[in-house]
Design a protein. Structure first.
Lengths: 201, 594
């Protein structure tokens, strides 16, 4: 055990010597509260959501981008379409600071953080899928992102659900038929074998 | 001619009467045979019941004797059990039972009884004999050494026992749950519960004896990082990786080669392993640069590999695996091995170890380095005792089982085959990618830079709600977080960076994980709408919220989520293990209408 302690002391000393000086302050290690938040993290297509940010520069210009993915959360197979200018996937609804001309701009949106470095904007999303929304401070370079799930509006197509029901019905009929066939087969085998021992399952 | 028709008529009537009489007679005979048969079945069934009950008692005695290492007595119990089980099985087989099991109403019950009898007979004749041969003491180290040859010798017997137990389990699972009379339904339920427990043991034993020799250096020496999670400063998997020790395993001989504190590894300028965009967005670069943040993620393999790389960068040593545990798990172990004395320090005992390790050092030990030294010495002292003291194997296994079940023992191996063998167990610490029952994760991380989470209390209620038209299921989660911290008298070592603004206020960054392919909808804190940070991990949407808890207060977080369209009508929770146990409640709901 004495040897263990000597080795451990040596290793400890080496570890300290080998540690390079790091510029970052040690008190930055605890996880911070989220920088960017949503009033709701799942909405129905066409609905609005409030995006809030904090910790940007005072009065800083913040650019808001979004990348659209088709399908459910985490399904990365869908095509990524950053800054979708073609369709109205994301539309601003309201600013805390209205634009001078009173018109809602098209994405990417640039808005101004307030005197505390915070901002808040109401956005409308029209395409079902997953939206990765990023807010980047144009001066500070500070960037954060949030993920929003956008569900399709209304019910699933009626034909689709009927088709599912029909296939379930057909499937159970098939299964029942197969079970009947198996039972008959087993009985026939048992009868053919004849002996009582065959009845012991 | 005139009489003709009447004669014919009379003879026809007579024939009809005769036929009726014959039919009645046949029915009476059949009825009495049936009644006799039924009565016979009842009597024989009653005998079988008696034999099964006594077999159940013997099986329970047997498991006690096997784990206590009382081999002689275990053999006698096994012989008696085999007789009883075989007798019950004989009674419930044969033409009468076969016929009866095919009758429309009683059939189900009779089938169930036969399955029970057959299961018990299989266990008695095929699984238990292998288990009786085991010497549980071989599974524990003596004089600092674990007998790998004995472990390897036990492997085939455990493997075959496990196969039989899994087969029995499958057979019992096939018994329909509905249409059984209460006593038989209860018997099936009891046996299922017992078999689940037994199959947990045999599969752990099977896996363990197959894996342990290699893990303990049978082929070549191995080194492991043993991490003690400091639950007073919570992280998703438990707490920050505080004290660590490096353990070398060579042919079953275990030695500790180095020890230190996670903080000694210091911050890195760049993440030590590449971070994907999703990980970076959720946890920031911290998860790859600060040793104290590698387990912001609940995914233990990520945390283990990051810490291992940090240790390699600082010391040049690449370990073969990472094992993390916590003081609560150590307290379970102390319950089994007895108190551990440390020169010049308070004795570590089961009832007080958590306080001794997580609270008192911050009040009594002034310098950080002395405190780290104390933590490391404690781990070393407990490790030495486990290696050298002769303990009751049953108690040690029970302690390890409880700790593993609460995810207080996590293991990652650098060998892919060993990881595969442990995949899906609690030891792996991996949230599943596919799930039949939607799982909601609630992971707590200290955001104040303090040791105040020693005082944290928590409860969670998960309620399965209504079905949406698209088949998605609504879930509502209520998490109550409280603090029993005093409002004065704590040292700066406890209050730490006090990032919540007030030194005695705990700040918890809560990560909320949706089920696989589910989503997170919105949250309210104490009834007020609370915006959420959000990201994605795997196929789960993750919400982030910061909750400040003043001393003596509690906060209520209500979260609404969506589960994907799955047949399950219940849900489950995956939580950060803490100092205080979680109070949890799951409210299931009827299945969605098709």
């Amino acid at each position: 055990m004495r040897l263990t302690r000597i080795i451990s002391a040596l290793a400890g000393a080496l570890a300290i010597v080998a540690t390079p000086a790091v510029a970052h302050a040690q008190n930055e290690y605890p996880p911070p509260p989220p920088v960017l938040t949503l009033s709701s993290t799942t909405i129905t297509a066409g609905d609005t959501v409030v995006l809030s940010g904090r910790g940007y520069g005072l009065g800083e210009q913040v650019r808001i981008d979004h990348a659209h993915r088709a399908g459910a959360a985490g399904r990365t197979s869908g095509a990524t379409n950053r800054n979708n200018h073609a369709g109205p996937a994301m539309v601003t609804v309201a600013y805390r600071q209205p634009l001078a001309d009173g018109h809602a701009p098209t994405p990417p949106i640039t808005i101004t953080a307030d005197s505390t470095g915070a901002f808040s904007v109401r956005l409308r999303f029209t395409d079902p899928g997953v939206e990765d929304i990023t807010a980047s401070g144009l001066t500070s370079g500070r960037s954060a992102s949030v993920t929003l799930t956008v569900l399709p509006r209304g019910n699933l197509p009626v034909t689709g659900s009927n088709l599912v029901k029909m296939s379930i019905g057909g499937g159970s009929l098939l299964v029942a038929g197969a079970a009947l066939y198996l039972v008959t087969l087993m009985r026939r085998r048992r009868r053919a074998a004849g002996g009582g021992s065959e009845l012991v399952s | 001619m005139a009489a003709g028709p009447s004669v014919i008529h009379r003879s026809r009537r007579r024939r009809r009467r005769q036929r009726l009489r014959r039919a009645l007679l046949a029915a009476a005979v059949a009825g009495s045979v049936f009644a006799l048969g039924g009565g016979w079945l009842v009597i024989r069934g009653w005998e079988a019941r008696g034999q099964l009950i006594s077999a159940a008692g013997l099986a329970s005695d047997l498991s006690d004797q096997v784990l206590a290492g009382d081999t002689g007595q275990a053999h006698r119990t096994l012989a008696a059990l085999q007789d009883q089980a075989a007798a019950a099985h004989d009674i419930t087989t044969g033409p009468a039972w076969w016929t009866a099991s095919r009758t429309p109403y009683a059939g189900r019950n009779i089938t169930a009884v036969r399955a029970i009898a057959a299961s018990v007979a299989d266990l008695a004749s095929q699984a238990f004999p292998a288990l009786v041969q085991l010497k549980p003491s071989a599974l524990l180290p003596t004089a600092g050494h674990l007998d790998l040859a004995a472990l390897a010798a036990a492997a085939p017997a455990l493997a075959s026992a496990d196969t039989v137990v899994q087969q029995v389990r499958t057979r019992l699972d096939a018994i329909p749950a509905t249409g059984l009379v209460p006593p038989i339904r209860d018997a099936v339920h009891t046996l299922r519960t017992e078999i689940d427990r037994l199959s947990g043991l045999t599969s752990a034993g099977h896996q363990g004896t197959a894996l342990l020799p290699a893990l303990l250096g049978a082929d070549q020496p191995r080194t492991y990082l043993l991490l003690l999670q400091n639950l007073a400063e919570s992280r998703s998997t438990g707490g920050i990786f505080g004290a660590y020790a490096v353990v070398r395993a060579d042919h079953g001989q275990l030695t500790m080669t180095n020890r230190g504190a996670g903080g000694d590894l210091q911050q890195f300028a760049e993440p030590v392993l590449p971070l994907d965009a999703g990980t970076k967005a959720l946890y920031t670069d911290r998860i790859g640069t600060f040793p104290a943040d590698v387990n912001l993620t609940p995914d233990f393999p990520t945390a283990a590999q990051t810490f291992r790389e940090m240790y390699r960068r600082r010391t040049g040593v690449t370990v073969d695996g990472v094992l993390a545990t916590d003081p609560v798990a150590l307290s379970y172990l102390l319950r089994a091995i007895g108190p551990v004395t440390m020169p010049g320090e308070p004795t570590l005992e089961a009832g007080t170890a958590v306080r001794t390790l997580l609270s008192e050092p911050y009040q009594n030990i002034e310098s950080d380095s002395d405190r780290h030294d104390y933590f490391a010495s404690s781990v070393l002292a407990i490790f030495d005792t486990v290696m050298h003291r002769r303990s009751n194997p049953r108690a040690v296994l029970a302690a390890l089982d409880q700790a593993a079940g609460e995810r207080r023992i996590l293991f990652w191996s650098s060998h892919a085959g060993e990881r595969d063998a442990l995949a899906g167990t609690e030891l792996a610490g991996v949230l599943p990618d596919h799930e039949t029952v939607p799982t909601v994760g609630v992971f707590l991380n200290d955001g104040s830079g303090s040791k105040l989470d020693y005082y944290l209390t928590h409860s969670a209620t998960l309620t399965v709600g209504s079905c949406r038209a698209d088949g998605r299921r609504q879930l509502s989660l209520r998490v109550t977080l409280g603090s029993t911290a005093p409002s004065s008298g704590l040292t700066p070592a406890v209050t730490g960076l006090a990032l919540a603004g007030k030194p005695y206020t705990a700040r918890i960054i809560v990560y909320l994980f949706s089920p696989v392919r589910g989503s997170l909808v919105a949250a309210r804190l104490d009834g007020t709408p609370a915006p959420l940070g959000s990201g994605v991990q795997g196929t789960r949407q993750v919400g982030v919220i910061s909750v400040d808890i003043p001393p003596g207060r509690s906060r209520v977080l209500d979260v609404s989520l969506l589960a994907p369209a799955v047949p399950a009508n219940t849900a489950q929770l995956w939580l950060t293990p803490g100092v205080a146990p979680w109070t949890t409640h799951i409210n299931p709901a009827p299945a969605c209408a098709q």
